[in-house]
Design a protein around this ligand. Sequence first.
Ligand SMILES: N[C@@H](CCC(=O)N[C@@H](CS)C(=O)NCC(=O)O)C(=O)O
Length: 208
Amino acid sequence: MTTRPILYSFRRCPYAMRARMALLASGVTVEIREVVLRDKPPEMLAASAKGTVPVLVTADGVIDESLDIMRWALGASDPEGWLAGYDTALIAANDGAFKHHLDRYKYPERHGSDPIAHRAAGAEMLATLEERLTACSHLAGEQRTLADIAIFPFVRQFAATDRAWFDALPLPGVRRWLAALTDSPLFEAAMVRLPQWRAGDVPTLFGQ
Ligand SMILES: N[C@@H](CCC(=O)N[C@@H](CS)C(=O)NCC(=O)O)C(=O)O
């Protein structure tokens, strides 16, 4: 008997979003457990003590990094060819510098930061995405791939922090790309609302 993988997830977390989207694209069905970050279930902490979402518990072990979950799912099945767009440098820049600026723009009170300076630095990084998105509709060609899905949840947060300011930037390619991904049926399916998981709940399947 094969055990169904369990995904600990949080709907609004951009790392969890990209993991959920890759799972959906792969067609792998998991049991999803919606986590409240201030009330993490002991079952999740027992699987991964670092206490971040997403966490995927499989029959072969625990995967507690979102990119690794994406690659695990797509390694099992990759019908859209997302792994061809696994651009490690672009994703590292997003997860590193861009996320740094995003947090300090969005939550200046938490970081004691100057939001305007970090907003400008983030926008400068988006200009490099714009170069690609002027040449093609997605970051690694004409189809969505792992690079797009790994990065856009963070750009979505950046855009939403001050939508009017973002819309005035000279980044039409980024705006078109972001709208296409956020309006996609795949994103809608990944953003399903679920109640907080409690031990003993009837399992909620995700990806069917
Ligand atoms: N590098 C991790 C980062 C995951 C992460 O930082 N997730 C946040 C939520 S968006 C989290 O769980 N933070 C723990 C907390 O807020 O308690 C990954 O890619 O999975």
